[in-house]
Write a protein that binds this ligand. Structure first.
Ligand SMILES: [Zn+2]
Length: 323
């Protein structure tokens, strides 16, 4: 969602960052030069791998956004899916054409806009790769009036990023037509089933409806979640609770006739997570560290960590160094 920077600053990342200071040195300097870490023990983050961030909002208030992003991208070996308001579509598309391994253009549209289908068609014709972040909707995500947008996205085989769960309140003293209940993770199940060519990506893992989010991902090969927002801060003292929510790693829950597909056939339940920061450019690195804390707390296998941090999205987006 927009304005997450100020919200997260209010919540504060200080605790998580302090707890993870051991990693901080690894993220200074140019990571391209740190190839020796590629052979680090399996409990170390694979820092020489490309990070693909599903959740980077274009900041129209920062005139240097693109150059700031490119500098960060060089330093962290980061590819950013840039969630771009329709009005800013040209500047982001031009940058993406010049830097195709660093900037992937995603179109932010208002599902309630009367010309939203036309906007989606235009974004596709321009070369955008998907939609997001859908948010602040006037009706639940599965409302029939939104289906024409999903039909288009399905035709294009796009990734669509939806905000899920609790959403910030911008104004405290004016009425507003906003409700987190219209963006519950359960609605994404119907979209995933009706439109199997859409990769349905839910932001914030349904915060706080993590259980529904995980179960929907378990049965739907085209559903994934990011853990951006306040979740990893809220859960920092009990990150291993996620093992109860993403519970089916290496279990026999599938029968031979009802197998589901996962990227690379990965048997960890955490394969349904992708990296997303939603935190402003200066807040991406702290979220990388929060993800690594989750990996440690839940003993997530090395292969799955790589897939979460960039491998799965590299595959979905056809980036050259997918795993
Ligand atoms: Zn959001």
């Amino acid at each position: 969602m927009n304005n997450c920077v100020s919200r997260r600053k209010l919540l504060g990342n200080a605790g998580a960052v302090a707890a993870l200071q051991g990693w901080s040195g690894l993220f200074r300097g140019n990571l391209h030069n740190l190839d020796s870490f590629a052979n680090a023990p399996s409990d170390s983050p694979a820092i020489s791998e490309r990070i693909v961030d599903m959740h980077v909002h274009f900041d129209e208030k920062n005139p240097n956004f693109i150059s700031d992003l490119l500098r960060l991208s060089d330093r962290l070996n980061l590819t950013a899916c840039v969630l771009t308001p329709f009005a800013n579509r040209k500047v982001v598309l031009d940058a993406a054409k010049q830097h195709p391994t660093q900037i992937i253009p995603f179109g932010f549209v208002d599902l309630d806009a009367p010309d939203v289908v036309k906007q989606v068609e235009e974004l596709h014709a321009m070369g955008f790769r998907g939609l997001g972040e859908m948010e602040f909707v006037k009706k639940p995500y599965n409302d029939p009036s939104y289906l024409p947008v999903y039909e288009q996205a399905n035709r294009y085989g796009w990734i669509v990023l939806f905000h899920t769960g609790i959403v910030l309140r911008r104004k405290f003293d004016e009425p507003e037509d906003v409700a987190s209940g219209r963006m519950r993770p359960i609605y994404l199940e119907e979209i995933a089933r009706r439109f199997p060519k859409i990769t349905v990506l839910g932001a914030h893992c349904g915060n706080p409806e993590y259980e529904w989010a995980a179960e929907i991902a378990r049965w739907n090969p085209n559903v994934f979640w990011d853990l951006s927002g306040s979740t990893l801060t809220k859960m920092q003292a009990r990150l291993n609770d996620f093992q109860k929510i993403f519970w089916w790693s290496n279990t026999e829950w599938q029968s031979p006739e009802w197998k589901v597909k996962t990227p690379g056939g990965d048997t960890s339940a955490f394969i349904k997570i992708v990296f997303g920061s939603d935190n402003g450019l200066d807040g991406i690195e702290p979220v990388v560290k929060q993800y690594h804390a989750l990996f440690e707390a839940c003993a997530i296998p090395e292969h799955t960590r790589k897939m979460i941090m960039g491998g799965s999205l590299s595959k979905m987006l056809g980036l050259s160094d997918g795993h």
